[in-house]
Design a binder for this molecule. Structure first.
Ligand SMILES: [Zn+2]
Length: 345
């Protein structure tokens, strides 16, 4: 929908030229890796190494801000600062190597960010716990918690790298013949050496819907996996052979019994936990709806309509989605401004 909505999504920010044309030329990639401006983002178990001195403690698991605010900055290391074992693992990478054998080329930074200059070739690697202990001394950042506080470059490259390493971690072998695959094109392709087919990274579309009734209330649900006072929008994966709009109508009916008409696209955000693209909609309740809320009892345990006054009430006793989520951005679109933040002790 609007550029303003899209730019409000923390993980949709990107200030990098992905430089597609350099990926397929190993000599070019090696030259970029060897240049003095090259920098590497280091991941371990999906978390990114923070710039020295960062202490991001105090974030909760849903991205709420800590009581004492620190500004997280990603570490962008010169390749020569990586442990030798990491460099050897990349150099010796063969068929079937997992994420830790990949030197991922992210592209060229458009802005300066931390220790990366504007124009720096940026790479990413992921390391095992032993190498992480050598590098990190505990300062590793979780994307969901820090996304909203990173700069545009940091948020974009962390999202890009995490999504790609999640793919490499689970696609070491060919889905057709089972052969171990080789990493190519700066980490953007895995090739089956038996069938000579290229396998590309994938992303799974999910729809998330802000449902509004005739009284301008919004429907929020409590998921079985969350604390029982946490509420958010309903969401679900798009099935094969289904449009985004049809998926929105089906998922909402399955999870709530509510009938919606004509869902309107508002924006999208990558959500690499592990491999989603969240596609946001706002929809009105249909005239055919029976006004009978039926939580599915499996995924969704409770459903409630909220007025703006109830959402704004500091004593409402509910927790809302974190600042890194598209759910929060959609709720704020309906609400008409930023949601009140809960101060945490
Ligand atoms: Zn194969």
């Amino acid at each position: 929908m609007s550029r303003a909505f899209q730019s409000s999504l923390p993980l949709s920010r990107h200030r990098i030229d992905r430089d597609h044309s350099s990926r397929s030329d190993l000599a070019v990639l090696d030259a970029l890796w060897g240049s003095p401006e090259a920098r590497v983002l280091v991941l371990n178990r999906g978390r990114a190494l923070a710039s020295s001195g960062e202490n991001p403690s105090g974030y909760d698991g849903f991205g709420s801000k800590p009581a004492v605010t620190t500004t997280p900055v990603l570490a962008f290391l010169a390749p020569s600062l990586l442990p030798d074992a990491v460099l050897e693992r990349i150099a010796e990478a063969g068929a079937g190597g997992g994420a830790e054998s990949v030197r991922l080329y992210l592209g060229r930074s458009l802005d300066a960010s931390g220790d990366a200059a504007a124009g720096s070739p940026l790479f990413a690697v992921t390391v095992d716990d032993e190498r992480a202990a050598e590098l990190g001394s505990g300062n590793w950042l979780d994307l969901r918690m820090v996304a909203a506080d990173l700069d545009d470059t940091g948020a974009g490259v962390f999202t890009e790298a995490l999504a790609m390493f999640n793919w490499h971690g689970t696609h070491t072998h060919c889905p057709r013949c089972g052969a171990a695959t080789l990493v190519e094109s700066g980490g953007w392709v895995r090739r089956c050496p038996v069938q000579q087919i290229e396998l590309f990274p994938r992303t799974d579309a999910a729809v998330i819907v802000g449902i509004v009734d005739r009284d301008e209330r919004i429907l929020l649900g409590s998921n079985a996996l969350w604390e029982n006072n946490r509420y958010s929008l309903l969401a679900g994966f798009v099935e094969p052979g289904e449009s985004l709009e049809a998926a929105a109508v089906r998922e909402i009916a399955e999870e709530s019994g509510v009938v919606i008409d004509d869902p309107q696209y508002v924006g999208s955000q990558p959500w690499p936990f592990p491999a989603s693209l969240m596609v946001g909609f706002i929809a009105q309740v249909s005239a055919d709806d029976t006004a009978d809320l039926r939580p599915d009892g499996d995924e969704i345990l409770d459903l409630r309509w909220f007025t703006r006054e109830q959402i704004a009430d500091p004593d409402n006793g509910i927790l809302l989605p974190g600042s890194s989520s598209i759910a929060r951005a959609i709720i704020e679109t309906w609400f008409g401004g930023p949601l009140p933040t809960v101060e945490r002790a």
